[in-house]
Design a protein around this ligand. Structure first.
Ligand SMILES: [Zn+2]
Length: 445
């Protein structure tokens, strides 16, 4: 934790230095495209976050608005569905991008006029939250060796230390797997919790498929904590299951989003054809892989990869789960943002035959969330609310493994901060994520 803290303080100091340098030399620190100087974080000063409304009108006019904003105006798509498009546009492209939208009678609402200030605020708030009372901190630290808490976001090493700590505390029911390695040689880790791995029904939970969705690994580690801090007193529907928990499916991307580009989405594998990096892991699974909602362009944020399961992360998870599909009853994958609990299909505009069961369980979870934290989530079929997209891990688990309870949980918020959710919201959001897991576990019975 000490190391993590000083690393973040260092980052904040570096930000200040860069600001001073940038104002002195003006344009010398403007980075283009996907490549940055090693170790220097990309900045988003005066980058605006827009919500483009009436996307159905654009569809009627057959204008690929998102694609044009991405390719012509360097836009970064945060969220796209049938109703609206959230996209961030760099300062230098704001004027031209606005003209383009106006030419097509589309309106952009400015959600933020400075993405960098959101990022700086997130960093500062996290540091302040963990520095609170000096006495309280050392007390907490002695209770938990890994230094895990939910007042701030953590680096990969802290998350892995937390997983090791749980295994050490419950060696008889925990097993820690390294299921593979990434392109940058980081371990892919899964923790299994079970009192009877041969017979109990299984639940898989993952987070961090998309690097910038920091609330996702934070929520999955919180779920792990909720399960384990009081394991002996958990009800039968929790203790009677085998839990597989993978807080970070995309460790390279996650670390890259922490050190270099806060808005990074993909993994970090090199492309053979271009200088662009990364594959969207949630477009890389072997289901509807060449279909809608993904791109064959390695520079796109939704690049599907050179083949289905071409990526080390996708392959490791697919192989691990395929070997354990017997009794696998639930597949839960945590993303952000949008506040939704959605179920298959995503790759085609069809409902699964037991969709009424899936809808009922999702609705129960959503009702319980409203009671617990007051947040309003939506329960729905994926393709109806998020649009059609192939290659998703959720669809794959249903199609290839026959898992019944398949849910993608889009955590907070609804667009105020988007991916850059301030640390003060972590605990309640994580509780919402836990509520979904708990509700699904109860339904398995
Ligand atoms: Zn995501």
């Amino acid at each position: 934790m000490e190391g993590e803290m000083s690393q973040r303080l260092g980052q904040l100091m570096l930000l200040g230095m860069l600001l001073a340098m940038a104002s002195a030399t003006n344009s010398s620190l403007a980075f283009q495209g996907n490549e940055y100087l090693n170790g220097i974080p990309e900045r988003f000063d005066e980058t605006q976050l827009w919500r483009v409304h009436n996307m159905s009108d654009a569809m009627l006019q057959s204008i690929p608005v998102g694609q044009v904003l991405e390719e012509k105006f360097g836009g970064n798509i945060w969220k796209e569905n049938s109703k609206f498009l959230d996209v961030s546009i760099g300062k230098e492209h704001v004027k031209a991008a606005r003209s383009f939208l106006q030419a097509h009678r589309l309106d952009a609402e400015v959600l933020s006029d400075n993405v960098q200030s959101l990022i700086d605020q997130e960093l500062l708030e996290g540091i302040q939250a963990t520095q609170a009372q000096p006495g309280a901190r050392s007390k907490k630290a002695s209770r938990s060796g890994s230094g895990m808490h939910w007042k701030d976001y953590h680096d990969l090493e802290t998350i892995y230390a937390f997983m090791r700590e749980i295994r050490a505390k419950y060696p008889n029911i925990c097993r820690l797997y390294t299921i593979g390695q990434t392109a940058e040689k980081r371990d892919l880790k899964v923790l299994r919790i079970s009192e009877n791995p041969r017979e109990f029904k299984k639940v898989w939970i993952d987070g961090g498929i998309h690097a910038r969705e920091w609330i996702s690994p934070a929520t999955v580690t919180f779920i792990l904590y909720q399960l384990m801090h009081n394991w002996e007193n958990q009800p039968a529907h929790i203790r009677g299951l085998t839990w597989y928990i993978m807080p970070v499916m995309n460790p390279d991307g996650y670390e890259y989003s922490r050190t270099t580009n806060r808005l990074w989405r993909k993994n970090r594998s090199a492309s053979r054809r271009t200088n662009c990096f990364g594959v969207d892991l949630n477009r890389n699974f072997d289901i509807g892989w060449t279909g809608f909602g993904s791109s064959k362009d390695p520079c796109s944020d939704v690049y599907r990869g050179s083949a289905a399961a071409s990526e080390l992360e996708t392959k490791a998870v697919s192989d691990f789960l395929a070997k354990r599909k017997y009794n696998l009853e639930a597949y839960l994958t945590y993303h952000s943002y949008g506040q939704m609990v959605v179920y298959p299909w995503a790759y085609k505009a069809v409902k699964v035959k037991d969709s009424s069961v899936l809808q009922r369980v999702a609705s129960t979870a959503v009702d319980r969330i409203a009671q617990k934290t007051g947040s309003s989530y939506t329960a729905a079929v994926t393709h109806e609310v998020l649009g059609i997209a192939g290659g998703g891990s959720d669809d794959w688990s249903r199609a290839a493994l026959g898992v019944k309870y398949v849910y993608t949980i889009e955590l907070r918020d609804r667009g105020t901060y988007g991916f850059v959710l301030p640390p003060k919201f972590i605990k309640d959001t994580a509780l919402e994520g836990w509520t979904v897991a708990e509700t699904v576990a109860q339904s398995i019975g």
